[in-house]
Ligand binder design. Structure first.
Ligand code: MN
Length: 233
């Protein structure tokens, strides 16, 4: 079981007018959130979600505490949205070192967690999008799903309702594993093969994040891009 780790993170506005992605690197808690909403609201939603997650998790570092912290993040964004009479929401992917269940991941939306182990990349989270749900349910063919008009629409997001369903997974971790949390600006711009190669490059987690974000911007600078890398030791 790996215990200590190194971390790095990078985020860039890309071709947008503002950066609606937010990133959190704190004690035993790492997260990426990609805000959705109007011009300012996406920033507010992603930052508020991560700030709420951080302060709530600090009071209960168990897996149940992590889940409750994500529920509080959902409530905070939902209440702010109602108070401001606007609509906003955010994706949320987080990895926490819990006191009772080791390394735990939670996910809502279409930001992702990948693990690079022995040179191979594996996506550990499930996307909550119309396309991903259609492919999982096999109710439609791959081709039909990929052409579905609402394929990129999120089926779950933090803060768009009073409650939210949260995926939680306990992770095994081995020394040398690299975990990547990222927003869709990265994996829409770079293929899984490219991400596998870049995440497996020489360098510390900060170098890797800088390289991943730079590569995404060179390929497609349209969306905000965020990468957070953890290396288990
Ligand atoms: Mn995005």
């Amino acid at each position: 079981m790996a215990s200590t780790l190194l971390s790095g993170s990078a985020t860039h506005v890309g071709g947008r007018k503002n950066n609606q992605d937010s990133v959190l690197v704190s004690e035993g808690l790492f997260a990426v959130a990609d805000g959705i909403g109007g011009f300012v609201n996406g920033d507010v939603a992603s930052r508020l979600a991560l700030d709420t997650l951080e302060s709530a998790f600090a009071t209960d570092r168990t897996a149940a505490g992590l889940l409750e912290s994500a529920r509080k993040a959902n409530e905070a964004v939902w209440l702010r949205s109602n108070a401001d009479s606007t609509s906003m929401g955010t994706t949320l992917v987080a990895v926490a070192m819990t006191s009772d269940a080791g390394t735990v991941a939670i996910n809502v939306g279409d930001s992702r967690l990948y693990r690079l182990r022995d040179g191979s990349l594996e996506q550990l989270t499930r996307d909550h999008t119309v396309l991903a749900e259609l492919l999982r349910s096999r109710e439609v063919s791959d081709a039909d799903a990929r052409n579905h008009p609402h394929r990129h629409v999120l089926t779950r997001a933090v803060g768009v309702g009073p409650e939210v369903e949260i995926d939680l997974d306990e992770l095994t971790s081995e020394p040398g594993d690299r975990l990547l949390l990222c927003s869709d600006g990265l994996f829409n711009a770079k293929s899984a093969e490219d991400i596998e190669r870049l995440l497996g490059s020489d360098g510390d987690p900060q170098d890797l994040c800088d390289g991943l974000v730079e590569a995404a911007l060179e390929a497609d600078a349209d969306d905000n891009v965020t990468a957070l890398v953890l290396e288990m030791q």
